[in-house]
Design a protein around this ligand. Structure first.
Ligand code: HEC
Ligand code: HEC
Ligand code: HEC
Length: 151
């Protein structure tokens, strides 16, 4: 009788272990901020350009973290690098690669400046598709006039 109870207890324990292990396999991965898109809008809106959408994961699968965050000096902070076009054209930040050699060059304004006007600097868990406006459209005319979008 005692042996049977022990065996039952053992089975329950094993079953629990197996389920817990499977649970680990099927549990959804928590969202990783560093893999999401970064919207950069320190200066773009004010200068009459759409905010920049930087697809982090798209770059991450091509380069190691070190390439950008150590060698090119990108600080780990959305909007924390004070990037300007002068620096990019000078070969810094995005310009280290978007120079027509490693990747397409800086004339392709719209490929980087693809965010919806007015989107603040932030890191977003969404895909590029959700941030990129399908076509230019004034969403709130009063607001955009004030902010100077239709100059
Ligand atoms: C091609 C360049 C590039 C690569 C490769 C890259 N990053 Fe980034 N990362 C960036 C840029 C650009 C930003 C945004 C900086 C800004 O807005 O000024 C950023 C931002 C971040 C942030 C800050 C997010 C926040 O909450 O503000 C973290 C954390 C981060 N990266 C981690 C990583 C890790 C970990 C890897 C490797 C697995 C990696 N990055 C690979 C370019 C890169
Ligand atoms: C270490 C090199 C490197 C750096 C730094 C870099 N890029 Fe890229 N980027 C690439 C490469 C490579 C591609 C892929 C296109 C290609 O093969 O030419 C790419 C593609 C892109 C794309 C197109 C994504 C798509 O869905 O087609 C965008 C947008 C982009 N980069 C923006 C930026 C911005 C903004 C920065 C600076 C914040 C930046 N990149 C910095 C190398 C880089
Ligand atoms: C490889 C990506 C990339 C391309 C291509 C690009 N930009 Fe930018 N641009 C940036 C980033 C990143 C910033 C900083 C965004 C911010 O924080 O406001 C920026 C900022 C700006 C600014 C405001 C800051 C400043 O330097 O005056 C202007 C204006 C601008 N871009 C114009 C342009 C024009 C015009 C083109 C095409 C000839 C262009 N950009 C192409 C990435 C790019």
């Amino acid at each position: 009788m005692k042996a049977k109870t022990e065996r039952t207890a053992m089975w329950k324990f094993t079953l629990f272990g197996v389920l817990a292990w499977m649970g680990v396999l099927v549990a959804p991965e928590p969202a990783q901020a560093e893999y999401a898109d970064v919207v950069m809008n320190n200066y773009a809106d004010a200068a009459g350009m759409r905010p920049v959408v930087f697809p982090h994961w798209y770059h991450r699968i091509r380069f190691r973290c070190k390439v950008c965050h150590a060698d090119l000096g990108f600080k780990f902070k959305a909007g924390g690098n004070k990037i300007t076009m002068a620096k990019i054209i000078d070969g810094k930040f995005c310009g280290a690669c978007h120079n027509g050699e490693v990747s397409w060059s800086v004339e392709n304004c719209g490929l980087c400046h693809s965010g919806i006007p007015g989107t603040p600097t932030h890191i977003s868990g969404s895909t590029v598709q959700r941030l990129v406006a399908p076509a230019y459209k004034i969403l709130d005319k009063k607001k955009t006039v004030q902010d100077g979008y239709n100059k």
